[in-house]
Design a protein. Structure first.
Length: 295
């Protein structure tokens, strides 16, 4: 008796619309030179309170350190930046200083995640506490809310949710991704930040029928890279269900579409590299024919 068996397909359980790692950038030296020039021209002997260049440098410097592999120094600097803006607020009670706390706090969360400091990540997430409370949060030991932060409140909430979703997926804690739907604002439930994470979690849980339904909904309402992302997840759902022909059809259509798309962003390049990797191992490579003899 001859049967067709399938190797297990391993989906890419990582969001495509977000790629962060600590691999050094090829233009790191050029970036540092730009920072030095900006410091000399826009920072030196200038008022620091409202200097946007200074704020940019404070947020960029720890990223440079991280790319250099100096993750401990990056962490220390982020703590110093948080303390700096907290102290400034205590001194003058200007809410803009609280707004400046958002970037270093979120970047510290990202650094903890990227360096696999799980306890530190969870501790800082619990300290910020914006997802659980929704109407208040904690930045640098100071309680903040939407009235204080204005429009930046939504930035803080979305960025914190983004990091939490990535952490859950990284930890294969897929059920927690789905549970978040019950507590996050309606607007974010329908955002790609949550929907892509939800699709990824459903794939991780093997809920392929739900993946297919959700992907078709998004494919019909999105364009360009977002359409491609959900098309790829549709491919993965068919692979998980061992519907190889359907998966192959989706992949061919996706590659055909991407061939006509200008690769003018890092996001598109990253997504395209994943397709190239899959194309090297086409769906047919997962077919393994074996002859089973009757005993």
């Amino acid at each position: 008796m001859e049967a067709t068996l399938y190797k297990q397909y391993h989906p890419k359980l990582k969001r495509f619309t977000e790629k962060r790692d600590l691999t050094s950038l090829s233009n790191l030296e050029k970036w540092c030179k730009k920072m030095c020039i900006a410091f000399d021209s826009d920072i030196l002997n200038q008022n620091s309170d409202s200097n946007e260049t200074l704020h940019w440098l404070i947020n960029t410097f720890p990223l440079i350190l991280a790319y250099q592999g100096k993750t401990q120094e990056a962490e220390q600097f982020l703590h110093r930046a948080i303390s700096y803006w907290s102290d400034k607020y205590i001194q003058n009670k200007q809410s803009q200083n609280l707004v400046h706390l958002i970037d270093p706090t979120i970047n510290l969360l990202r650094l903890y995640k990227l360096t696999n400091q799980k306890s530190a990540f969870q501790s800082l997430m619990n300290e910020i506490a914006i997802i659980a409370n929704q109407d208040k949060a904690n930045l640098g030991g100071i309680t903040v809310n939407e009235e204080i932060l204005g429009e930046q409140w939504h930035t803080l909430y979305a960025a914190t949710l983004d990091e939490l979703l990535k952490f859950y997926i990284l930890e294969s804690n897929f059920s927690e991704v789905l549970k978040l739907k019950a507590i996050i604002p309606e607007k974010l439930k329908n955002s790609d930040v949550y929907l892509e994470a939800k699709v990824t979690a459903l794939i991780g849980l093997g809920e392929y029928e739900a993946v297919i339904q959700l992907c078709w909904q998004q494919i019909n309402k999105t364009t360009c890279i977002k359409n491609g992302v959900y098309s790829f997840r549709l491919y993965e759902a068919f692979m998980g269900m061992e519907k190889i022909n359907k998966a192959n059809t989706v992949m061919k259509h996706l590659i055909s579409t991407m061939e006509k798309t200008p690769l003018d962003s890092l996001l598109l390049l990253t997504f395209s590299s994943n397709l190239i990797e899959i194309e090297k191992l086409p769906p047919s490579s997962y077919l393994v024919k074996k002859t089973l003899k009757n005993i």
